[in-house]
Design a protein around this ligand. Structure first.
Ligand SMILES: Cc1cc2nc3c(=O)[nH]c(=O)nc-3n(C[C@H](O)[C@H](O)[C@H](O)COP(=O)(O)O)c2cc1C
Length: 203
């Protein structure tokens, strides 16, 4: 699969087969992550890989479901999602089938070492988040090219303390996302995109 094909064929996967992902493939995914561009080559990222500890994975999965239920019940504006779709989504979440994955990678922002002057602190943070996002997307695409699906999870940010209590990141690291990886059990149809004319202009 070439890079463009991987980019355009990728969809988020939310139901996975239980089959484990081999360590050499996990390493390849992580290597793709750290090849991402980063502001000033600062590489202010830290990744926590959860793959073998079944007890920890089960707790993490439970928390991921909890975060999604909170999102569905408390965060979304009325009318964002048709009521019937929301009801079915909540039902699936409560059944516990979604987001159960053989591999989770938690992506942390690591601003313990700053490389810019104090007055540029906010900008440094923005740049570091952009850089980490590039690393996350690299991992997702590298995995896809290996036949591995994934979903980028932002909902854990609704309760970062609970996730940190499980994952025990180094002091000073800040949770930005968790990515669930696994061989797809169900591959959904591609989600629609706004037309290019609406989101771009050529000058
Ligand atoms: C920053 C970010 C946060 C996301 N958080 C979640 C999430 O918490 N749960 C989820 O199921 N999908 C999440 N997604 C995936 C999006 O829902 C998905 O990318 C979008 O609907 C487009 O679908 P596609 O990836 O299949 O093209 C997130 C994506 C991004 C970039």
């Amino acid at each position: 699969m070439d890079a463009y094909e991987a980019i355009v064929s990728r969809v988020s996967i939310r139901r996975f087969k239980p089959d484990p992902i081999p360590d050499d493939v996990i390493k390849k995914i992580l290597e793709a992550g750290i090849r991402a561009p980063s502001a000033g080559n600062g590489q202010q990222w830290y990744f926590i890989v959860v793959k073998d500890n079944e007890e920890l994975k089960a707790k993490l999965h439970e928390l991921i479901l909890k975060a999604h239920i909170k999102y569905a019940e408390e965060v979304m504006r009325e009318g964002t999602m048709p009521e019937e779709v929301k009801r079915r989504w909540l039902e699936a979440l409560r059944k516990g089938e979604m987001y159960k994955a053989p591999l989770y990678i938690a992506a942390y922002l690591d601003l313990r070492r700053s490389q810019y002057k104090k007055e540029y602190e906010e900008l440094e943070r923005v740049w570091a988040i952009q850089s980490l996002s590039a690393a996350i997307e690299n991992m997702i695409l590298a995995a896809w090219a290996e036949g591995i699906g994934s979903v980028w999870l932002g909902d854990p940010l609704l309760m970062p303390d609970e996730f940190n209590a499980l994952l025990k990141p180094p002091e000073g690291c800040e949770l930005q996302a968790i990515v669930a990886f696994g061989y797809p059990a169900r591959t959904p149809k591609p989600r629609p995109r706004k037309p290019l004319e609406e989101v771009s202009k050529w000058l």
